[in-house]
Design a protein. Structure first.
Length: 128
């Protein structure tokens, strides 16, 4: 889902949401991006960016499936490159504008999380 302010996606396997009274589910992997981003196809071509229209973003997100095979972070500027098993890739390019919240978060199985923001890069648990 992209709402103009951020991108939030879930992918991987499907698991029940802890503590949910309904039969709600979520992906085993996820990401929230609050900075410039792009989605790339397996061949490396850019298929959507944060400023594209909703239909183009939705089409690109329909191919964003599977498990994470690679997470790379550039220490100098906290650029994120997240690659899935089917070869599609999310790249988050932090802007120079400071944010009080995180620039991006990646949620991994086992309640693990990686967050980048004003304080740098933080690894932890999503349930903390």
């Amino acid at each position: 889902m992209a709402n103009g302010e951020y991108l939030q996606i879930e992918f991987g396997g499907v698991v029940p949401i802890k503590g949910s009274r309904r039969s709600a589910t979520m992906g085993t992997h996820g990401a929230i991006v609050k900075t410039d981003w792009e989605l790339r196809a397996a061949d490396g071509s850019v298929v959507a960016r944060e400023d594209d229209d909703g239909a183009r973003i939705d089409e690109a997100l329909s191919h964003f499936r599977g498990e994470i095979v690679s997470v790379e972070v550039a220490p100098a500027d906290l650029t994120l490159e997240l690659v899935l098993a089917n070869g599609v890739c999310l790249i988050a390019h932090p802007t120079k504008t400071p944010v009080r919240e995180s620039l991006w978060k990646v949620f991994l199985p086992g309640d693990r999380m990686i967050t980048a923001g004003e304080g740098g890069l933080v690894r932890g648990r999503s349930d903390e």
